[in-house]
Design a protein around this ligand. Structure first.
Ligand SMILES: [Cu+2]
Length: 118
């Protein structure tokens, strides 16, 4: 093989690698489903949210609350202690199908009902 041919085949191999890499990055770059909730006086502003997502999507729940000692997503059993007035983020892959309640505790309030479609 000539030097030129070797160089070309190396370049082709590199391109193939780069191509595979970017394809992988694209699937990894699917944006999370964002669910934003603001809580005032212990109640969700605009009422209880009822988002629906497809199974295996990445879900990002962002809560800003003026009250409460815990934010709790049932079923997935994710608990976070909010800092009052700051963003509390729950991010997870929706591996379980069903309907799940997102609650504020102490004081208690239903913030959202998340439906995960199989
Ligand atoms: Cu709870």
């Amino acid at each position: 093989m000539s030097k030129l041919a070797l160089g070309l085949s190396l370049a082709a191999a590199l391109l193939a690698l780069v191509g595979a890499g970017s394809a992988g990055a694209q699937t990894g770059a699917v944006k999370p489903v964002l669910i934003s909730i603001t809580v005032k006086k212990g109640r969700p502003v605009g009422g209880i949210k009822r988002p629906t997502v497809q199974k295996n999507r990445v879900v990002r729940i962002v809560v800003v609350t003026d009250a409460g000692k815990e934010i709790h997503l049932h079923g997935y059993d994710i608990e976070k202690t909010p800092r009052i007035g700051k963003r509390t983020v729950m991010q997870f892959k929706a591996k379980l199908a069903g309907r799940f309640e997102l609650e504020l505790h102490s004081p208690d309030a239903l913030l959202a009902e998340l439906t995960v479609r199989p």
